[in-house]
Design a protein around this ligand. Sequence first.
Ligand SMILES: [Zn+2]
Ligand SMILES: [Zn+2]
Length: 178
Amino acid sequence: MFIEFTKCILAFLIWTLIAYCIHRAAHIRSKANLLWYIHKAHHQKDYKNQRPSWPQWYEYFFCFGTTRRTLDIWIVFVIPLIVVTTVVGGKSWTLLPLYYLYEVFLADTVVEHNPKITGAITRFLSIGQYHLKHHAKPRVNYSFFIPLWDYVFGTCDIPQENSPRRNVTLTASMGTSL
Ligand SMILES: [Zn+2]
Ligand SMILES: [Zn+2]
């Protein structure tokens, strides 16, 4: 039981490290960087006027509206998770359904891009204002789920608590500030 739990934690850490590295590589500005071309679609989406909502029907099938947005999710999360859980083995495969539920029901506007999520929780989970800060300042806060790898690699920028002025709000010019 303990070994299986350890495998799940190990797989989660390896997976989030890979996602961090791919995400960071995707922000290397180059016309030759296909990852950036794909990931740019995520940053160009206007989250400003979106409210938490139920998933679109195609999102249940892990398609996310456009080819680039779908590829972004598959390259950063899905393929690495399949590879990592296959290599680590044991019960680490349980991360797959958990990730499915997170991505389909929670990730988009419910938690990751929800500006109402702020304060202490964003020190431990890379959601809400933590992730939105990455949209405003694309050189920080690359981590997903937990900010561990931002702490490790010095790319962490924690949103200030009790300071509404410093809370990140997405601007209409977000796409041009990448
Ligand atoms: Zn990004
Ligand atoms: Zn985002």
